[in-house]
Design a protein around this ligand. Structure first.
Ligand code: ADP
Ligand code: 5GP
Length: 203
């Protein structure tokens, strides 16, 4: 009945975005998770084509030149981008397309597709807790963690550019909030086909 929609999720690395998403997928209907392309190296356990498409800097720059990205940005010293083609198709099929992208990507997608975008900024209760999570996740070197913490101090300043804000303290509570947001994202009035709805209603 409605057209497709986009749900953008942003927040400092280590705040729990992937954990939350994995938890809520079973409660969300007809979604499509956008797999980004990146030049960063895979972490232990990450799979090409599942977590990201892992490519070289040269390949990424070629894709930029060819206009393959809906948006891309440099984050923590690597390129990350969202390919246009699969997103276009998923939106046309009426899906809820979920993006895990940074604050720069959010700005770009907002400008391009504002009517169909809903966004949520997720964070930990404190910077200290973020450091604990990044350390206990044990996937990044000390240098990389330092860089992510330093970026987090800038990223948090943008939280009010987003429609919703979740403090991922208690995972159960945060999951419920994210499911609620995903559900309301689907019933934004702008997503409905106006003429069709009115014709049907007047019958
Ligand atoms: P992101 O995808 O935002 O980079 P992750 O989902 O990888 O973050 O989470 C980072 C770490 O924090 C993981 O080890 C995860 O198990 C842990 N974590 C996630 N949510 C919570 C929470 N609510 N309370 C405590 N630890 C959490
Ligand atoms: P990580 O390396 O921890 O997987 O991701 C680092 C950051 O890059 C996170 O803030 C994540 O949201 C962001 N990111 C992941 N994919 C994309 C993308 O396609 N575009 C943009 N702009 N940011 C992305």
């Amino acid at each position: 009945m409605t057209n497709g929609a986009i749900l953008i999720i942003s927040g400092p690395s280590g705040c729990g975005k992937s954990t939350l998403l994995k938890k809520v997928y079973e409660s969300i209907d007809d979604y499509y998770f956008s797999i980004s392309t990146t030049t960063r190296s895979p972490r232990v356990g990450e799979q090409d084509g599942v977590d990201y498409f892992f490519v070289s800097k040269e390949e990424f720059e070629e894709d930029i030149k060819m206009g393959h990205f809906l948006e891309y940005a440099e984050v923590h010293g690597n390129y990350y981008g969202t390919s246009l083609k699969p997103i276009k198709q998923a939106v046309e099929e009426g899906k809820l397309v979920i993006f895990d992208i940074d604050v720069q990507g959010h700005d770009i997608v907002r400008k391009k597709l504002n009517d169909i975008v809903t966004s949520v900024f997720i964070t930990t209760p404190t910077l200290e807790e973020l450091e604990k999570r990044l350390t206990s996740r044990d996937t990044d070197s000390k240098d990389v963690i330092e860089k992510r913490l330093s970026n987090a101090k800038t990223e948090i300043k943008y939280f009010q550019k987003y429609d919703y804000f979740i403090i991922n303290d208690d995972l159960e509570e945060a999951s419920k909030q994210l499911v609620s947001i995903a559900n309301v994202t689907r019933i934004k009035s702008k997503l409905f086909e106006k003429e069709k709805i009115i014709d049907n209603w007047l019958k």
